[in-house]
Design a protein around this ligand. Structure first.
Ligand code: AMP
Ligand code: ZN
Length: 119
């Protein structure tokens, strides 16, 4: 599995930088965003270093599918209210125009009672 020794999310995924963990398994890690946009805000990252959605290949589809399928369960566990009154937002910033700052693919999941700082 490809990782990048200089990448902050690779370091978090490897446990070299501490994070407030929401979920971990063989392929992914979910952890709280350090600068939350909403009452609930966590990130889901593949353990493999994929720079962004722009580098996603067919072989990544099962893992990305698993991440998306797990996101609602983690959102509820972290305090988002149930659909349809509650809900959450899923965002994947990609590239400079997409507002991506950390170049290791990550899924933002955020929600909880409004107002939110962003979104
Ligand atoms: P993006 O702009 O989509 O690349 O988002 C990067 C996100 O990573 C931002 O929301 C940051 O607050 C978050 N972030 C950066 N460093 C850390 C860290 N060490 N632990 C948790 N979240 C982080
Ligand atoms: Zn990385």
């Amino acid at each position: 599995m490809h990782t990048d020794p200089d990448c902050i999310f690779c370091k978090i995924a490897a446990g070299k930088i501490p994070s407030k963990k929401v979920h971990e398994d063989d392929g992914m890690l979910a952890f709280h965003d350090i600068n939350p946009w909403a009452p609930v805000h966590f990130l889901m990252v593949p353990k493999e270093h994929i720079p962004s959605m722009a580098q996603v290949e067919e072989r990544h589809a099962p893992l990305l599918g698993r991440m998306l399928a797990l996101a609602p369960k983690l959102a509820m566990r972290e305090g988002c209210r149930p659909y349809p009154e509650g809900g959450f937002r899923i965002v994947i910033n990609t590239g400079d125009d997409g507002g991506q700052e950390v170049h290791h693919l990550h899924i933002h999941v955020y929600g909880g009672p409004r107002p939110w700082k962003r979104g």
